[in-house]
Design a binder for this molecule. Sequence first.
Ligand SMILES: Cc1cc2nc3c(=O)[nH]c(=O)nc-3n(C[C@H](O)[C@H](O)[C@H](O)COP(=O)(O)OP(=O)(O)OC[C@H]3O[C@@H](n4cnc5c(N)ncnc54)[C@H](O)[C@@H]3O)c2cc1C
Length: 701
Amino acid sequence: MSRQHMASPEPLERKARPMGALMLALGLVPWAVYWVLTSQGGAAGIPIALGLSCALLAQQVWSRAYRLLDLTAFGYFLTAAAAMYGLDSTLFVDTAGPLSFTVLFLLAVISLAVRRPFSAYSARSDYPKQYWHNPDFISVHNIVTTVWAGVFFLCAIALFFTSIPAVGPLPVALVAAGFIFSLVFQSKGPAYLIQQRFRPYEWHVPVSPTSSKQQNEYDVAVVGAGIGGLSCAALLAKRGFKVLVMEQQAQVGGYCGSLMRDDFIFSTGVAGITGVWENGSVLRLLSRLGVPAEGRFVSNRTRYVYKGKDIDLPAGIPHVVDSLGDVFPEEKEGIGAFFQEATEAYYQLHEYSSDYGTPLPDHLIVRLLGEKAAARMPRNYTALYDWMNKTYRQKLDEHLGSESLKAVLSAASGQSGTSAEATPGLRALLSCIGPYLNGTYFPVGGPRAFAAMLAEVIEQHGGTVLTNYKVDRILSDRRRVRGVRCGEEIFQAHVVVANVNARTCVLQLVEANEIGGPYIDFVKGLKMSRSAFIVYAGVDEDLSSYPSFIQHVDGDYSMFINSNADRRLAPTRRSAITMVAPIGYHDFPSRDERDYDDRKRQLAALLVRKAEEIVPELSSKISVLDAATPRTLESHTSMPEGAVYGFDQSAGSRRPHFRAPIKGLYFAGASTFPGAGIESVVMSGTICANDIEGWIQSPGK
Ligand SMILES: Cc1cc2nc3c(=O)[nH]c(=O)nc-3n(C[C@H](O)[C@H](O)[C@H](O)COP(=O)(O)OP(=O)(O)OC[C@H]3O[C@@H](n4cnc5c(N)ncnc54)[C@H](O)[C@@H]3O)c2cc1C
């Protein structure tokens, strides 16, 4: 197996710089001077405060990074000076306290109304620019600014209706309290908000592999033998847990399957697996299971067909940059810069979590790495946070001009089921950048061989894998999992991992009153990703001169030549092709409609004809032909709408946590973090197994 990758950069560790607190304190200085001097009746407070605010602004004019508090101070003291010296008014001296606190209150309220909380401007100096628009950062400062609004309001009211001075004990105590709150909440707030979001799922179910169990009692029951479920079960079995996996189909693998027709073996869909490099989740899984990776994967050769041009992109950034630079010479510099930044972000993603074998969702970052480390993340992983806050298209636009080049680079985002505009940066790093950096791989023997290997590991370690077992109920009592029911049989387990899609699980397998209406509504509201139409063609020609994976960018379909990845998947001098084209679930009739078979035949013929642009006269060389529709995918895996990627993966869309709001019920697979694709579901299975075990696995193992 060739593994081309760049070395990951050294761990980044930068010291916390509490500059934000200093900036906020400095911003309050002109006001404090004004309050002190005017409370003694001195008009000098105004010019001195104006001078101080000018000094503060001077540096901001230079850096063009303005802070709202300092701008307000400048405006206020300039007006006060104009009133005093121009109009001879003593208003700003006589009512200094109530007037200034009212203005500060308005600053806080207006900044909240326009979604630019003023406290965020001071805190910006603590974080890289990339983090300034992060929702958590904004949420923290919405709260901090709201508290300041309360402080200013109370001070203004107190000073309006009493004769206490602006520097009296009450205003001083309130402002000091506001300052201390800002200081504490700015560092603890992000972690606090993240933990709050996870609170409904914060249950604990102790599972002990050493306790004695009855015959039909298990530590963990896994519903579904897709790769997410199998990865989780294999890790747990290896760690000594008594594990049961139940799969409704006759074969394990779910979407990661193979199909045999005559002497041909086709992948049912999966063409290229990412995460097959030394720090990638797939190789880390194998290493944790003690399974040698050698000989298990073959590297794909990838070609993009765009506007009639073949663009071959060998894995490894230097090759990709060179190949794309040859086709788009005017963009060479931008291509280099784009990939340099993307590479940095990609390795940062794998670096912070390397001890756990997978990137982590935010609440686990807080829990496992600690609040301080979580708060430092945006500073230490600047490139990663930049990607996490943007879409793939935004990142492409930052460096590249040519729409054609962007179209080629965006083709990979189709692997997430989303356009570049809708692909979140994190997903783009895994699905779009990962393949360029470390390549994509195909399991030797076909996708099912990979799934079967995991099932074997489970059984070797005392676990049970039952096929043709359709779970029809996840049993629970007082919101606590008790086991699963399969026809007449009941299997007891205090932990159940649902690898079946979360919507199917929530709507069909658990008691509605146990999981609760709000959660059901949340899951019902999640949009599914697109489905696909798939053609399997056994071809009487040796196509080995072609790459194994061809993405036809204009035609919006892909062709995977299974036998080019693994010669044994087709008879000698013949080839096994899997073609995938995206299609909406509702664009295809249901199975009981009369034209279902006709539509299937027509669409298969159409896709084959389109593919003749790649393989001339393909239709006349096909000896075996079959196809799968969205309905096939749905009935095979119980995936709603036959969605290829589970829930919609667009930026801004939500997905369930890996824990459900019933004690002991987990999700592993494409439904949950970080999403669909073999690499991602392996990550989710790894997270789930580690969580069930209590994260006691020593780092690095
Ligand atoms: C056409 C196509 C092409 C793809 N190409 C790629 C690719 O090139 N690279 C890539 O990385 N990914 C690809 N993917 C995506 C990838 O295959 C999936 O994201 C991944 O396999 C999903 O794994 P999972 O663990 O979520 O489980 P799934 O594969 O969804 O499996 C869930 C399992 O649960 C079982 N089940 C459901 N209900 C029950 C029940 N009640 N009782 C028992 N069992 C049940 C199902 O039968 C199924 O086996 C592709 C997917 C498709 C459809």
